[in-house]
Design a protein around this ligand. Structure first.
Ligand SMILES: [Zn+2]
Length: 347
C-alpha cells in the first residue's frame, strides 16, 4: 500500500486512497489474516500520510521485518477476551498467557508483539474508571541526580538500582562475545545468517537487553507511583532532552536512567490519580540559589564538581542536589499557586 501511494504521489502529487480490500485478490493470504489488523495498518499508514501532507513530517517509511513485529486488533463484542490463563484473539482463538492480577474495565484493543528474543506479548488497551488517590498534603521537588537517579526535596536520594548496573556489565560482556563471533564469521567468509554461533549469541544479547528494559521499567513504575501516592504536588525540572544531549553532565545521566520515560510516567499517573505535576523552567537556577535565603551564586562559584557548599550570605550548608530539589519544589509551588489563581480569575 505504501509503495502504491509513493508511485501515485510521484506521478500526481496527490494521495492515493487505497484499502486492504484492493489487495485481497492478488494476495490470497491476506484473507487468512484478522481483517481488523489490516484495517489498523491502513489507519496507521493514513495517519503517517496525513502527518506528511498536513504537518510537514517526514515521508512514511517501510517497516523492516524483525525489528518491531506487531499488530493491533480491536475487540468487537468479545472477540478479544481473557480468562485466568488464556487470551482470546480474533482468527486465532484462545492462547495460553500469563496475565497480571485482575484487569478491570472494557478491553478496547489488543496489540500483539514479538521481541527480538522471540517472546510474544499482548498489550491490552482497557477503558476503565480511574479512582483518584487521597490527598496527602505533602509536596515534593525532584532533581535529576548526577550519581543518584533522583534527589528529593525531603533530603532523600534514590540511587539507580544495583541489579541494573550488574545486568549492564553482563550485557557488555555478551556484546563483546557477539562482536568476536561476527569477526570469526567474517574471517571465514560466512554470512551472519548462516553462522549458528553468531545467531545463538545474538539471541543471548537480546535476552539480556530485554531483561534490562523490563527491570528498568519496573523500577520506574514503582518509583513514580510511590511519589504520586505520597504527594499532591510534584515539581520537576522541565528537561528538554534534545537540548541536554549537548550538556555533558546530563547526557550520561539521561541515557542511563531514562529520565524522560520517568517524567512521562509521573505526568500520566498524576492525571489518573488526581495529583499535579508542575514543570519548572530548566533555566531556573535551582542549583545556584540558596534555598534558605535566596542568595544567588555565580557559575564560577559553583563548578560542577562541587557537591556541597556553604551559603556566603546565611552560612547554611547545602548538599548541591538536595538544595536544588528544594528550590524546584518552591518554584513549582509558586507556579502551581499562580495557575490556581489564574484559572479562578478567568472563571
Ligand atoms: Zn543562604
Amino acid at each position: 500500500m505504501l509503495n502504491d501511494k509513493i508511485e501515485h504521489y510521484k506521478k500526481t502529487k496527490t494521495e492515493l486512497k487505497n484499502t486492504p480490500a484492493h489487495y485481497k485478490k492478488e494476495f490470497e493470504w491476506l484473507k487468512e489474516v484478522d481483517s481488523l489488523a489490516l484495517a489498523n495498518v491502513q489507519q496507521n499508514l493514513r495517519a503517517a500520510y496525513n502527518k506528511f501532507f498536513k504537518q510537514g513530517a517526514g515521508f512514511p517509511k517501510f517497516k523492516k521485518k524483525g525489528i518491531k513485529d506487531s499488530y493491533t486488533t480491536n475487540n468487537q463484542k468479545g472477540t478479544v477476551a481473557i480468562t485466568d490463563s488464556t487470551v482470546k484473539l480474533p482468527k486465532i482463538g484462545h492462547i495460553k498467557a500469563r496475565l497480571p492480577s485482575k484487569i478491570n474495565g472494557l478491553i478496547k484493543s489488543a496489540t500483539i508483539s514479538r521481541t527480538p528474543s522471540g517472546k510474544y506479548y499482548v498489550s491490552l488497551l482497557v477503558e476503565t474508571i480511574a479512582t483518584t488517590l487521597p490527598k496527602t498534603h505533602s509536596n515534593i521537588g525532584i532533581d535529576l541526580g548526577l550519581t543518584d537517579f533522583i534527589v528529593l526535596s525531603d533530603g532523600s536520594k534514590v540511587a539507580n538500582p544495583k541489579f541494573l548496573s550488574k545486568l549492564q556489565d553482563k550485557l557488555a560482556r555478551e556484546q563483546k562475545i557477539l562482536a568476536k563471533r561476527r569477526a570469526v564469521a567474517k574471517a571465514n567468509q560466512r554470512k551472519l545468517s548462516d553462522s549458528r554461533n553468531y545467531q545463538k549469541q545474538k539471541l543471548k544479547v537480546a535476552k539480556v537487553y530485554e531483561r534490562i528494559t523490563n527491570c528498568r521499567k519496573d523500577f520506574l513504575h514503582k518509583l513514580s507511583f510511590t511519589l504520586i501516592k505520597n504527594h499532591d504536588v510534584i515539581a520537576v525540572e522541565d528537561l528538554n532532552v534534545k537540548g541536554m544531549v549537548k550538556n555533558r553532565k546530563l547526557s550520561k545521566a539521561i541515557s542511563d536512567s531514562s529520565w524522560s520515560t520517568f517524567a512521562a510516567m509521573l505526568n500520566y499517573k498524576a492525571e489518573w490519580y488526581g495529583k499535579e505535576v508542575v514543570k519548572v523552567d530548566r533555566w531556573y537556577p535551582s542549583s545556584k540559589t540558596c534555598s534558605g535565603c535566596g542568595h544567588l551564586l555565580t557559575k564560577a562559584e559553583l563548578p560542577l564538581q562541587v557537591r556541597s557548599w556553604n551559603c556566603p550570605s546565611c552560612q547554611q550548608k547545602h548538599d548541591r542536589d538536595i538544595n536544588a530539589s528544594i528550590n524546584i519544589l518552591n518554584e513549582g509551588l509558586r507556579l502551581a499557586t499562580l495557575k490556581t489563581v489564574g484559572t479562578t480569575g478567568l472563571a
